[in-house]
Design a binder for this molecule. Structure first.
Ligand code: FMN
Length: 231
C-alpha cells in the first residue's frame, strides 16, 4: 500500500482534553504506519468561521447581492480566495483520508468547524451540481467523524431522549461528506468521557488506538437513498 496522507481537522480549545488525546493517538498511530499526517488545529489557528466577502481578495462581482457560493467559486477559478482557504484546499487535495475530531456541540460540529466546512468546501473545488454524492469530486478520498459527547450511548438510541445517533449524523455524513463524494468511514464515538471514570476513558482510547491500526483498510458506509436516486 502506497504511503497515505491524512488530514486531521481538529477543534478543541484545550490540549488537556479527551479530544486532544484522541487526536494525538491518531497522529501517533497513523504516522507509525508510514502515513504523513497534517493537523489543522482550528482554535490554535484562530480559524475564521464566517463566510464573508473577506474570503475573496479584491473586488467581489456583485456587492449589492453577494452570493457566497457563486462568488467563491469564481474566486477559486481566478486564484482569488483568501490565503487561509487556499492553504486548507492544498491540505485537502493531498489527503487520502480526512478525520474530523471534535466535541459534539448541539447535535453537530462546533461553530469553528462548521466554518471550516462552509468556507473550505468551496463550490467548484469540493462539489458541483453535476459532481456530487457517488460521482462527487472527492470520491477517491475517505473521511470520518471522530467525536466526544456529553450524553451516554443509551440517550442517543432510537428510544433514548436524544433519538437515534444515525439520524443526528445524517446531515454531516451524507449531506456534507458524501455530498462531496467522500467515502465515509464509520464514526468513532467517545461517549461521555467527562462523565466516565478514568479506566473507562482509557478503555475508549485503547479501542481507538486498536481501530487506527486497521482504519485505512475499513469498508466505507453505504448511503443507499442518495446513491440510488443519484444515478
Ligand atoms: N453533548 C451531547 O451529547 N450532545 C450535544 O448536543 C451537546 N451540545 C453541546 C453544546 C455545547 C455548546 C457544549 C459546550 C457542549 C455540548 N455537549 C453536548 C457536551 C460536549 O459534547 C462534551 O462536553 C464534550 O464532548 C466533552 O469532550 P472534551 O472532554 O474533550 O471537552
Amino acid at each position: 500500500v502506497a504511503a497515505k496522507k491524512v488530514l486531521i481537522v481538529y477543534a478543541h480549545q484545550s490540549s488537556g482534553s479527551f479530544n486532544a488525546a484522541a487526536k494525538d493517538a491518531a497522529v501517533e498511530l497513523l504516522t507509525a504506519q508510514g502515513c504523513t499526517v497534517e493537523v489543522s488545529d482550528l482554535y490554535d489557528m484562530k480559524f475564521k468561521a464566517t463566510a464573508t466577502t473577506e474570503d475573496i481578495t479584491g473586488e467581489v462581482k456583485n456587492p449589492k447581492n453577494f452570493q457566497y457560493a457563486l462568488e467563491t467559486k469564481m474566486a477559486w477559478e481566478e486564484g482569488k480566495l483568501s490565503a487561509d482557504i487556499t492553504e486548507e484546499h492544498r491540505k485537502l487535495t493531498e489527503a487520502d483520508l480526512v478525520i474530523f475530531q471534535f466535541p459534539m456541540y448541539w447535535f453537530t460540529v462546533p461553530a469553528i468547524m462548521k466554518g471550516w466546512i462552509d468556507r473550505v468546501l468551496t463550490k467548484g473545488f469540493a462539489y458541483t451540481l453535476e459532481k456530487r454524492y457517488s460521482e462527487g469530486l472527492f470520491k477517491e478520498k475517505k473521511a470520518m467523524l471522530s467525536f466526544t459527547t456529553g450524553s451516554h450511548e443509551s440517550m442517543f438510541s432510537a428510544n433514548g431522549i436524544n433519538g437515534d445517533m444515525n439520524v443526528t449524523l445524517w446531515p454531516l455524513q451524507n449531506g456534507i461528506l458524501h455530498y462531496c463524494g467522500f467515502q465515509v468511514l464509520a464514526p468513532q464515538i467517545f461517549w461521555a468521557p467527562n462523565h466516565s471514570p478514568s479506566e473507562v476513558r482509557s478503555t475508549m482510547l485503547e479501542a481507538w488506538r486498536t481501530r487506527l491500526q486497521g482504519l485505512l483498510g475499513e469498508t466505507p458506509l453505504s448511503f443507499i437513498p442518495s446513491d440510488h436516486f443519484d444515478g
